[in-house]
Design a protein around this ligand. Sequence first.
Ligand code: UD1
Length: 202
Amino acid sequence: EDGNYEPPCPVCGESLEAVAITEDVACDPRNVYAATKLHQEHLAFAFGAEHRSDVTALRFHNVYGPRMPQLTPYAGVASIFLSALAAGVAPNVFEDGGQTRDFVHVIDVAASVCAALTSEAPGNGAYNVASGEPRTVLDMATALANAVDPALAPAVVGGWREGDVRHVFASPKRLWDAFGCRPTVPFDVGVSELATAPLRVA
Ligand code: UD1
């Protein structure tokens, strides 16, 4: 409420530095959405254990790209910003805009899925699907606004969404090492293409 959005250390109160986490860090879902995602993994791994099957769980980060659904809060912030810009409205950035996410292009996500499905050695466990280069939400809003109409500069409006996590990013190294895939679409290229990409009606 005082506009300081960085969570301090719960033990000593000092400031913290966000770092990319790996798949072996204990999961701590803080909201219903996260809990249901982890539940899906548990179901799949339980099935795998019962049927002696390997299970590859791909943890998609913030996917963006052409044919994102428009005008729905379920689509992700890139399409929310783009829908606003298309209507001639500046994007509304919550908090102070410094919250980070890993925006990964849909082409790279699809390639990761194909690599996991066709790999000779099956994966077993969870794998982060991410670009490896986290960005702030304000970065996304600014890049999109610049590509669509620089006059519609993002409005940083404060507030927050209940249950949101300040920084969400993780290391994709395990996926890269296991399946040999690497992101191919740089943020700047992906976002400037998104500016003119068709969105689908949800
Ligand atoms: C994801 C889910 C969300 C869920 C949340 C729980 C999707 C698309 N979103 O959000 O439903 O509640 O995990 O952790 O699956 N933002 C703005 N302006 C807007 C909309 C969003 O600044 O108009 C900010 C949000 O505060 C957030 C960031 O953009 O910090 C990203 O939001 P979103 O794209 O929904 O992704 P997640 O935070 O991963």
